[in-house]
Design a protein around this ligand. Structure first.
Ligand SMILES: Cc1cc2nc3c(=O)[nH]c(=O)nc-3n(C[C@H](O)[C@H](O)[C@H](O)COP(=O)(O)OP(=O)(O)OC[C@H]3O[C@@H](n4cnc5c(N)ncnc54)[C@H](O)[C@@H]3O)c2cc1C
Length: 429
């Protein structure tokens, strides 16, 4: 049993680490991480799923690339598994990791905020006034929120009355505390924006995790899911079954319930007002602020268009953009796993561009997203995406991927192993 499990987890680790196949990995160039003269300076903004992975793989594959990673937070805190913290099944320490593994590989990790990008001068400005020059810039800034369309939301979030908890960290802790303080018999309302947003199944997992907490600790309480979408946007049948089998009488799902404004902890919808004891609003999203201020947002006024062979922005040369900030290829999810895969495509391409070599013309990336429906039972959705030269985009490989047949505890173990493995893969743990 243990052997099987070990073999399976190791296989998963290899898949996670190497599936975004680059010509470099196959050609055996993953040697001599820092020998010889530097082939160039790469600055990376954002030490989340995309940026950290890019930093590590530039060092692993790069011969000798001078890599500086700028991240505003002192440690990495993972959104994946953060819903379990909100449900009381995990602690913040379980989802927090440091950057020492990257430092040990020779990555210069700078804790700071990049406030501006001078694309013509090829440098970034830091909040303290310093500047970093680059030959290639990689941005993986994640998302920021579009608050203007929902009256009162910005003030409600600022006051701490309402949480988003869609960036893990203090917001995760704040929501957990509100749930603990809520009296039995209270109402937790969760507002979900229209797609696209980061992690399509994440809100439904959150609803399950809060309901699992109420079921044991506050059985007279209710979870009200107010979804702006016409139906559950990911793993629909599996979530519907979980709502019915585990949370009947606790969890109520309402489709087509777009949030219009917030007053205190009352959610104001088009035809209805919902008074909640704890109101959690996942706001509509767009590419992170720094991508916007750098003039990179050129798709639907929200996202960054990229060349999928290199992840280079279609708006500005020498700047590569990864992860949630990008305008996705068809059916490509905004996920940590996908940001990790983007990073491997970008790391390989940046090295090849710095060396004046051709980039890999046939990249393949994949994604698996696990969701907890109880503290132990998990469901997954997976997909494989191959570059299509004719349409210059990634397309899903017919017959690849799919969803779990049913929620199960084996996938519960896989989900936790997936998290450990991807954190190790990106942060060199
Ligand atoms: C509740 C929840 C559950 C999720 N579960 C899963 C899951 O199970 N599986 C999965 O694959 N994905 C999951 N996701 C989605 C996943 O978290 C994101 O898709 C992923 O984080 C995107 O990676 P990224 O590199 O684009 O952005 P991020 O990981 O958000 O990284 C962006 C980083 O950039 C930093 N930054 C931004 N601007 C600046 C600046 N100007 N200067 C310095 N630093 C800056 C930020 O501090 C941040 O650390 C989940 C998300 C949520 C909210």
């Amino acid at each position: 049993m243990n052997f099987d499990r070990h073999t399976d987890l190791s296989r998963r680790r290899l898949l996670g680490a190497g599936f975004a196949i680059s010509g470099l990995a196959l050609a055996g160039c993953a040697s001599a991480p820092s020998s010889g003269p530097s082939i160039g300076r790469v600055v990376i903004v954002g030490g989340g799923f995309g940026g950290s992975t890019a930093a590590r793989y530039l060092k692993l594959w790069g011969g000798n690339v001078d890599v500086t990673l700028v991240e505003r937070n002192p440690s990495f805190i993972s959104c994946p598994i953060s819903n379990l913290v909100i449900g009381g099944h995990k602690q913040m320490a379980d989802i927090t990791r440091g950057y020492d593994g990257l430092r040990a590989l020779g990555v210069k990790v700078v804790q700071g905020d990049v406030t501006a990008i001078d694309a013509a001068g090829k440098k970034v400005r830091l909040a303290g006034g310093g500047e970093l020059a680059y030959d290639r810039l990689i941005l993986s800034p994640g998302i920021d929120f579009m608050l203007d369309g929902i009256g009162g939301l910005a003030a409600a979030l600022d006051s701490g009355r309402v949480t988003h908890s869609w960036k893990a960290g203090p917001q995760t802790v704040a929501l957990r505390k509100q749930l603990e303080a809520m009296p039995d018999g209270g109402v937790f309302a969760l507002s979900i924006p229209k797609v696209p947003y980061r992690c399509p199944p994440g809100p439904y997992e959150r609803a399950c995790m809060v309901a699992s907490y109420f079921k044991v600790a506050k059985p007279r309480s209710k979870v009200l899911v107010l979804d702006a979408n016409p139906e559950i946007t990911s793993k629909k049948g599996l979530f519907e079954k979980a709502f019915k089998d585990h949370y009947a009488g606790i969890l109520e799902y309402r489709a087509n319930n777009e949030l219009k404004s917030v007053d205190g902890t009352t959610a104001k919808l088009e035809f209805d007002d919902v008074k909640a004891d704890v109101l959690n609003v996942i706001p509509p999203q767009r590419a992170g602020d720094i991508a916007r201020s750098a003039g990179l947002v050129n798709m639907n006024d929200r996202w960054v268009g990229v060349n999928w062979l290199t992840m280079e922005s279609t708006a500005r040369p020498f700047i590569h953009v990864l992860g949630d900030a990008t305008f996705p290829a068809p059916l490509m999810p905004k996920s940590g796993h996908m940001a990790n895969q983007h990073a491997k495509v970008a790391a390989a391409a940046v090295i090849q561009l710095l060396k004046g070599e051709a980039v890999n013309a046939t990249p393949v990336v994949m994604n698996t997203c696990y969701s907890f429906v109880t503290a132990r039972d998990v469901v997954h959705v997976a997909s494989v995406h191959q570059y299509d030269d004719k349409d210059k985009t990634f397309k899903t490989v017919p017959g690849s991927g799919g969803v779990s047949a049913a929620a199960n505890q084996v996938e519960g173990r896989y989900a936790l192993a997936w998290a450990d493995n991807i954190w190790a893969d990106m942060l060199a743990l």
